[in-house]
Design a protein around this ligand. Sequence first.
Ligand code: SAH
Length: 510
Amino acid sequence: MPVGKVYLVGAGPGDPKLITVRGLEALQRSEVVVYDRLAGPQLLSRIPDHVERIYVGKRPDRHTMKQEEINHLLVDLALQGKTVCRLKGGDPTVFGRVGEEAGLLKQNGIAYEIVPGITSAIAVPAYAGIPVTHRELASSFSVVTGHESPDKLDRSIHWDKVTNATGTLLFLMGVAKIGYISEQLIKHGRPPETPVALVRWGTRAEQATLVGTLQDIEKKVREANFQPPAVIVVGDVVKQREELQWIESKPLFGRRILVTRARSQASELADRIDELGGEPYEFPVIETRLPDRPETVEAIRTAISEAESYDWVILTSVNGVEFFFRWLELTGTDIRRFHRAEFAAVGPKTAEALRKRGIVPSALPERFRAESLLDSLGERVKAGQKALLPRGDLARELLPRELEALGVESVSLDVYETVPAGRKDEFLLEMLQEGGIHAITFTSSSTVINLLAALREMGVEEPAELLAGTKIACIGPVTAKTAEENGLAVTVRAESYTLDGLVQALIEYC
Ligand code: SAH
């Protein structure tokens, strides 16, 4: 069997977009991912489903894998012929023990690549508005470990030199030793009023910053019960924060928001949340696909073959548009065969999807529900006409009924079907249990139903109870009603029934 390969990849400090392009490629190309606590959960949720994940970090209920065991695990996996991604927080060469892992791989003749990452030592202060160097304040910086016991620390760190050699000092793994560190620095000549900042979980929703001086920082850490992991920044650059802090002023800063939409549509909402300083966590609970039931397929083919007979083609969703065109392609049908029909769209996104395909819809309702489409089509809809409604299998019955009341013959087509998609996600479960998800967005009734089903599937007996502490944000009244019927308390409601509306409502709420 050919021997595998190991990528030793830096994941960056937590924000999943801070991994390198090469790192992401390695992650997506691998068959096994070996990771620990500092690799952000969002990044892990981007790993394709078929990839095996092995957690080697600390966990209360299991023994933590020792470094030697991890080294051997990597060798074993590679000897099984696997492509392995060893994902490490920050940069793998900065207190990442990559030397030991690469060393054993080398000894065993296994190919590896080291893919650098953005180290927390620099990125975490940057996210708190602290540049580690500055033309006037610091022309060098040192990254120092604070993890060892006090005497070991003394032996490996030359405090006399470290204290005075460079401008900014950055301590990793140092929160528990903050008193000792400040004491040494003062003892060796740093002024007691030197500014100090601790930045905890930088680049993630939990980011928090505590500022003080060498003199009072220990007391402040104790009083605030400030927990690791944090980067400790010592030096005048800390003062820059007052002026330069940026992400904390964004409207959704500090909020981790669950995005439950269909896989194909999730990223738009996620990107918006991200731009507004929030941390989206994508958990697609719906997948859309072509229906394969012979009756459905037959109905679609027949309806499309009668293209010339329609006066209206009414699209009610972006998916509806996309799948309608897919069927045209599958059946080799030219869109111009619908030359008699006017196209109408419910909602601006649907209209946009049509325009992208070269069709300008002739009606666009003010409000984005099926009901108001009819209002805005008004007199142009006449008795005796025929309308095609390509839509999903869960589309509501209202529109066909109203059309029928107006004497219009309507042909509803299930051009796509939605199937539940939630996979087992331990991170999500853990975050929900610990209050790490601040809000959940629902963009349709099926997202509500499927999320609850996915949680039950993961062993949660009362999913509504688990979600009781989390804000529930719904895109419209129908979705909200479904949420309430399923025992969820809806706290955020979009006024305009669009993604924009939902995002706006979230901002106002937060
Ligand atoms: N290789 C990593 C460092 C590993 S040592 C890197 O380059 O970033 C682990 C320490 O890194 C933690 O104790 C903490 O001091 C720091 N750290 C890593 N990620 C962090 C984050 N998101 N926020 C604050 N500190 C972080």
